[in-house]
Design a protein around this ligand. Structure first.
Ligand code: GN1
Ligand code: MG
Length: 360
């Protein structure tokens, strides 16, 4: 606590502090809620950035500042109300940079958006609004004046994720391979089909655009009426296929179970959520989407649970070196749950296709 207070003091805008609470939901960074002593001062979100994963903090914060100021300008240009609740603001440290290095770790502070909440589950109504919002997010970032860096190279590159899994399997560092060989084989059987986006990209048939790349439900803030305020957790904003934002949202939102659900009977693909989200997304993104992008939206809904299963499985085989876990075997439980969701989504592809056609 004393240590955290010393860090907060490096950001001159922050006044007297009443309380610091750890928030535990993210799997990568460490996040705290910082409450101000004075009611007229805002509360803050303090984060220690995981610099083993985000190795280029300069690029990371540069991307985030570019994106937030661009969105802010767009909101101002259309005279939006309540802009402070619709885009994040990061505070400068004494040297003007939006992060502080304490000799061991990198820290940053943003303003906590008042009267906002995160949801772990969405309804068809909020899912529709989220679809509109993500389509709009991508549309607003279509004309970012600068090139954004690929903060984690090949982040959503399915071929690369397969390569990592194969390397994990070859090394078998944890000795866990025999236990998971079945699921490795099942994943391998579909690998070719699931890598079609990279193939289309090489053929020049699929563009990359600025995407959020971590659009799970818990990375969105909703207001007291259930309307989407803004998208948070901007670490992974970078050029990607639009599938990233479409597919990753559904991976969490359309899953009727938890990300690490133990009872696989609870993991089903919720078509009502899919339909609501797709409707909103197509409505706000249609103007810039190409036919190839639209045609592959159902594929995107299958790709993300598949890719996440591959990533969790590789981490399990590597001995849990990437994702934070809270119990033994959690990465395997996560793998199985994501793989089940993938199968459910795959079975729903014809229905998804028919629905998307009906929107056009
Ligand atoms: C990680 O830290 P968090 O929970 O926002 C991961 C995402 C995964 C997600 C799975 C940088 O996000 O890609 O989809 O866990 N982020 C990174 O819940 O690897
Ligand atoms: Mg994240």
């Amino acid at each position: 606590m004393e240590n955290l207070i010393q860090i907060i003091k490096q950001f001159p805008e922050v006044g007297e502090i009443k309380e610091i609470k750890a928030l535990t939901s993210g799997l990568i960074n460490q996040t705290y809620l910082v409450k101000s002593a004075q009611p007229e001062e805002p509360d803050y979100v303090l984060q220690r950035i995981n610099h083993l994963i985000f190795t280029d903090i300069e690029m990371l914060q540069h991307n985030i500042e570019t994106v937030t100021s661009h969105i802010r300008q767009k909101l101002e240009a259309r005279h939006e109300e309540d802009i402070e609740r619709k885009v994040l603001r990061f505070l400068p440290a004494a040297d003007g940079k939006t992060y502080f290095y304490d000799g061991e770790g990198y820290w940053r502070i943003s303003i906590f958006i008042p009267r906002s909440q995160t949801l772990e589950a969405v309804t068809p109504e909020s899912s529709y609004l989220a679809g509109l919002k993500f389509g709009e997010f991508q549309a607003m970032l279509a004309d970012v004046p600068e090139q954004l860096g690929e903060i984690i190279p090949d982040f959503h590159n399915m071929e690369f994720r397969m390569k990592q899994l194969r390397e994990a399997v070859a090394a078998n560092a944890s000795g866990r391979l025999s236990e998971v060989q079945d699921i490795v084989d099942a994943i391998e059987a579909d690998a070719n089909d699931m890598c079609c986006a990279e193939q289309l990209y090489r053929e020049g048939k699929l563009p990359k655009r600025i995407c959020h790349c971590d659009t799970k439900v818990s990375n969105m803030l909703f207001d007291e009426n259930g309307e989407v305020l803004c998208v948070i957790d901007l670490d992974t904003v970078m050029p990607s296929f639009i599938f990233s934002d479409f597919g990753d949202f559904l991976r969490s939102a359309a899953n009727t179970g938890k990300e690490d659900e133990q009872d696989l009977n609870n993991v089903r693909f919720n078509m009502e959520i899919f339909k609501a989200f797709a409707k909103g997304y197509v409505q706000s993104a249609r103007a810039f989407l190409t036919p190839v992008e639209i045609e592959h939206l159902p594929y995107a809904a299958t790709l993300f649970p598949y890719m996440q299963a591959v990533r969790f499985l590789a981490d399990y085989i590597n001995g849990d070196t990437y994702y934070r876990t809270t119990y033994d075997g959690q990465n395997l439980v996560r793998t199985k749950a994501q793989y089940k969701l993938y199968q459910e989504a795959k079975a729903a592809v014809p229905e998804m296709k028919a629905y998307i056609d009906s929107l056009l």
